[in-house]
Each structure stands twice: as structure tokens, then as C-alpha cells.
Design a protein around this ligand. Structure first.
Ligand code: ATR
Length: 287
């Protein structure tokens, strides 16, 4: 693509940003869809997020992604925040509008689209959610918003799960999240569940780590969805498969959070063929 006087800019603010795969996602989409747009990383120093957002607005930057550690902090610098992002309290995508940026959480919309694409429903389901950190908390809100029946939230530190459960249940207006100690999985009622792995355990290079290794737990899992995508197959995924379940990693979540952001910025629909092409590139990266 030739950069000229009409080139639109999108980018990523965070710290660090060196290892991001987002430029690959967005520049590939722009190239394939014939859009005159470039996507670049912007490392932002601590304490300067509001300045960065105001500066981007002044420069006419069309859209930004936001990553660690600014997903919550950035909200104060926005003109408006979408309902799901507000509920989660974390924003990863900014769309420029008259008078400032509107914030969205395409991480969770991306997870939802990735799951839907694999034929994994949330509505009416009973779900086991491992973890109660930032990522798992967002998943718990997503499950509530998308109408899950029940979420058994298992965490090493029980009071962290209790705090998240109180918050999500209050927002949902019903007792959807049931907080439990990680080792209490035996108390989950008999049945087959979707299990979402939302802890950082098993992340490369600790590929052989897993939060629960007991076969009795995996007997209860029909589908395992790990938010981790490096390694390609986590030990959690391997154990789910060994007990007859289906298992997915988090790469499609990464893909779709990017695609949804791209769609918001450009007011377009990304085709399945373009999504597949980007996925192929991401996949190559991990080979
Ligand atoms: P993230 O933003 O990626 O969710 P986080 O907020 O630091 O990161 O949360 C990490 C999650 O992984 C938490 O659920 C954490 O459990 P605790 O709340 O008990 O700390 C979980 N986790 C991290 N290391 C763990 C370990 N060795 N065993 C069990 N759980 C672990």
C-alpha cells in the first residue's frame, strides 16, 4: 500500500507493545480489503494515557486499540463507553467520533464470536470458569450478559472469586455466578459442562502447568476453551481431549477482537474469507 495524503491511521496504545500481533491483523485486513489505512503500535508512558488519547484525537487518528496496563485507566479519557465495556470496566477499542472517542470491549465480543463460530453457545448453558483475575472477570460478565444459566467460578483464592461473583450478580440482578475454591470442583453438580480456562496457568514457557489435573474434573467437561494461545495446545486442552471433549485455544478470540475493532473503525463487515486469511497468518506465527 502506498501511503499518501488520505491514509488513515489506527494503532495500539499500551506498555509494552513490542510483541503485539495487532499490526499483522489490521494491516492484512487493510491490504485485502483495499483500504488506505495503516496500523502502528504506540508505546505510552505511565501516567500519559489521557494525553495520548487527546493527542490522537487532535491528529485525527481513526481508531485505537488499548492494551495492558491501560484498559481501565483509559475510560476516564473517553467521551462515551459502550454498555458491555462499561459493565466490565475495561476497554480495548476506541472509535473516533465528534468530540472524542467511544470505547468498546471487543475482547469479550471477540470471544463470543469465536465461540459462536465453533458452535459453542453461552445462552442457557451451565459453565465452569477457571480463574477470577481480569480476564476471567470479563468472561463472567460476558456469560451474564449473554444469558448463561449458571457459572461455577473456580479460583485458587476464594475471596477473589467471591468479590467478582458479587459484582457480576449485582449487575445481572440474579445469582448467576457461584464462587468456589479451585479444589472444590467435586461439588459441581453432575453433568457435562463448557469449561473456560481463564487463569494464566499453562502460558508458555510453563506449558506443562495446569490448574486441575484430576481426571474426575475432565469427566465433567464436554468442551474446553482456553483463553491462552501460546502454546498452541495447553495441558488443559490436552486433558479435555484425552477425556473425550473438544478443546479450543484463544487465537480465534484474538482474531475476532481485531476483526470487530476493524469493523467498528471502517463501518464494514469483514468476510469469512478475509477472516480466514488473517487467521492463517496468525497460525503461521505460532508454527
Ligand atoms: P489476567 O488479567 O490474565 O486475568 P490476573 O488478573 O493476574 O491476570 O489473574 C490471574 C489468574 O490466574 C487468577 O485467577 C489467579 O488466581 P488467584 O486469584 O488465586 O491469584 C490465577 N493463577 C495464577 N497463577 C496461579 C497458580 N499458580 N495456580 C492457580 N491459579 C493461578
Amino acid at each position: 500500500m502506498e501511503i499518501d495524503g488520505r491514509t488513515k491511521i489506527c494503532g495500539l496504545i499500551g506498555n509494552p507493545v513490542e510483541h503485539t500481533l495487532s499490526p499483522m491483523i489490521h494491516n492484512t485486513l487493510a491490504g485485502r480489503m483495499g483500504h488506505n489505512l495503516v496500523y502502528v503500535p504506540f508505546p505510552v508512558e505511565q501516567g500519559r494515557v489521557a494525553e495520548a488519547v487527546a493527542g490522537a484525537d487532535a491528529l485525527g487518528v481513526l481508531g485505537l486499540n488499548v492494551t495492558v496496563p491501560y484498559k481501565s485507566e483509559v475510560i476516564a479519557a473517553l467521551k462515551e463507553t459502550d454498555a458491555l465495556a462499561r459493565r466490565i470496566g475495561a476497554v480495548n477499542t476506541l472509535v473516533r467520533a465528534a468530540g472524542g472517542y467511544k470505547g468498546y470491549n471487543t475482547d469479550m465480543e471477540g470471544l463470543y464470536r469465536a465461540m459462536a463460530g465453533e458452535g459453542i453457545p453461552i445462552e442457557g448453558e451451565q459453565i465452569i470458569l477457571l480463574g477470577a483475575g481480569g480476564a476471567a472477570r470479563a468472561v463472567a460478565h460476558l456469560c451474564a450478559v449473554k444469558g448463561a444459566q449458571k457459572v461455577y467460578m473456580l479460583n485458587r483464592t476464594l475471596n477473589r472469586a467471591q468479590t467478582v461473583a458479587e459484582e457480576v450478580n449485582r449487575a445481572a440482578g440474579r445469582e448467576i455466578v457461584c464462587p468456589m475454591c479451585m479444589e472444590d470442583y467435586g461439588r459441581i453438580p453432575e453433568g457435562k459442562y463448557l469449561a473456560v480456562q481463564g487463569t494464566s496457568v499453562g502460558l508458555a514457557p510453563h506449558n506443562e502447568d495446569v490448574v486441575i489435573s484430576d481426571a474426575a474434573f475432565y469427566e465433567k467437561v464436554h468442551t474446553g476453551f482456553d483463553l491462552i494461545y501460546s502454546p498452541w495446545e495447553t495441558k488443559f486442552m490436552r486433558l479435555v481431549k484425552e477425556h473425550g471433549g473438544k478443546a479450543f485455544n484463544g487465537l480465534k478470540m484474538l482474531l475476532y477482537q481485531g476483526i470487530i475493532a476493524y469493523e467498528l473503525w471502517n463501518e464494514v463487515q469483514v468476510s469469512e474469507a478475509d477472516a480466514e486469511a488473517v487467521y492463517g497468518k496468525l497460525r503461521e506465527h505460532f508454527r
